[in-house]
Write a protein that binds this ligand. Structure first.
Ligand code: CS2
Ligand code: MG
Length: 405
């Protein structure tokens, strides 16, 4: 099963996606996602110039050896560009192995630990009532877990809130330069408890509620928020604070029982090893595309399971349907799977490019038994949507200081 060709595609059906196709001499090919929002072309050139030439002629079945070769062989290991490139190759090799075996990837991991994957959907509104109305719609669609985000009065834009945009693609897809967005922790604290107290009053205690702080708070502010929201029994508070200093989560953990989730920006187990083994978090949000693929996420899931940490893979609009497909196989297998973020199966343009076999019903996702990852990529359709440089926003405090977006 020798690797004959590696192609890298960048398309922009509303937002940029980087797709890798590994083709073997037998004609079996695999797909991987290498999308790094705002830095896509760095990964494209990394793959084309530095990774692909080394892999031609290698045995596509040697997934682990190729992973180790790309991880240790670069010398300058870790980091978002390295690991997105390794991730895409890795996903493609698992896809190939599944197709060659005639089995879905989850069977190669160890089979099903459940029949379906629980999803959490996004409710974001211009104010508390608008967010709660959107929450009600999602509950009616059968979702059992919902992430609530609401605009912050006094700030002209807030993370996760669409504003006048019709969807995340329009919100994030066309930023020729980084927009600058304001942040005020005080204004945020003035509104956040109302969001969840009114949500529990309106919907009761059965629905799981989640919230993404998006790294905006210091550890002690996160501790204060966790305590403040304890009466509302969140499933988890995500990215309460940046954890480049993993010890900082000891401050949060000391003060609150609100479960904590983190990890969507992590590239290796080293970014979260201390958080996990010191049981400072409850959910690990690492994404296959950002953290080195299926091989890496399987290892991280096993490590996390030793410390009662569950997986809750990132599922934002800037991860391609190929990454979502990879997560589905990991999620249906992982004994310590917690929940999967879900922002829909894409827009009409992306659906014309990425043909997936996942079924979503009543807030649950069902992986197909198609061999490999169970997804196809239409190269011709992708050509209709060429790459457009686009950036993530930059956050500034009201005094102008750059902050965590
Ligand atoms: C967010 C992401 O979904 C989430 O949890 O944190 O949408 C994040 O903002 C994007 O992935 C950034 O590109
Ligand atoms: Mg997040």
């Amino acid at each position: 099963m020798k690797i004959k060709e590696i192609n890298v595609y960048v398309c922009s059906p509303g937002r940029n996606f980087v797709t890798v196709k590994v083709i073997t001499e037998e004609g079996i090919y695999g797909l991987g996602d290498a999308t790094l929002n705002g830095r896509e072309m760095a990964v494209v050139s990394y793959l084309q110039e530095h990774v692909a030439p080394c892999l031609i002629g290698r045995n596509a079945h040697d997934i682990e050896d190729i992973w180790q070769y790309l991880y240790k062989g670069v010398y300058w290991r870790k980091g978002p560009v390295n690991m997105a490139a390794i991730a895409a190759i890795d996903m493609a090799l698992w896809d190939i192995k599944g197709k060659a075996a005639g089995l879905p990837v989850y069977q190669l991991l160890g089979g099903k630990s459940r029949q379906a994957v629980t999803l959490y959907a996004h409710a974001s509104g211009e104010n508390v009532e608008d967010t709660l109305d959107k929450t009600e719609d999602l509950i009616k669609q059968g979702f059992k877990a919902i992430r609530l985000q609401s605009a912050v009065p006094g700030l002209n834009v807030t993370y996760g809130v669409l504003g006048d945009k019709k969807d995340y693609y329009e919100l994030q897809g066309n930023r020729p330069l980084p927009p600058e967005e304001p942040w005020s922790t005080q204004k945020y604290f003035n509104m956040i408890e109302e969001l969840f107290s009114k949500a529990r009053a309106r919907f009761g205690n059965d629905v799981h509620l989640l919230h993404d702080v998006h790294s905006r708070l210091t550890p002690i502010e996160s501790a204060k928020l966790g305590k403040l929201l304890e009466p509302y029994n969140l499933m988890f508070l995500e990215d309460a604070s940046i954890a480049e200093n993993q010890d900082s989560y000891k401050i949060i953990r000391h003060h609150t029982t609100t479960p904590l989730a983190i990890g969507e920006t992590y590239n290796t187990i080293w970014d979260c090893k201390d958080l996990i083994q010191n049981q400072l978090i409850d959910y690990l949000r690492a994404a296959a595309t950002h953290a080195g693929g299926i091989t890496a996420l399987r290892r991280m899931a096993d490590f996390a399971s030793i410390y009662n940490v569950k997986t809750a893979p990132h599922g934002a609009p800037d991860l391609s349907p190929i990454c979502f497909a990879a997560h589905m196989h990991l999620n249906i297998w992982a004994p310590n799977f917690g929940i999967q973020e879900f922002v829909g199966l894409g827009n009409e343009q992306s659906k014309s490019i990425f043909k997936q076999s996942i079924e979503v019903k009543q807030g649950m996702a069902y992986v197909s038994d198609a061999p490999g990852l169970g997804i196809e990529f239409d190269e011709e359709a992708a050509k209709e949507f060429p790459y457009k440089r686009s950036y993530l926003p930059v956050s500034r405090l009201e005094d102008g200081t750059v902050w965590n977006w």
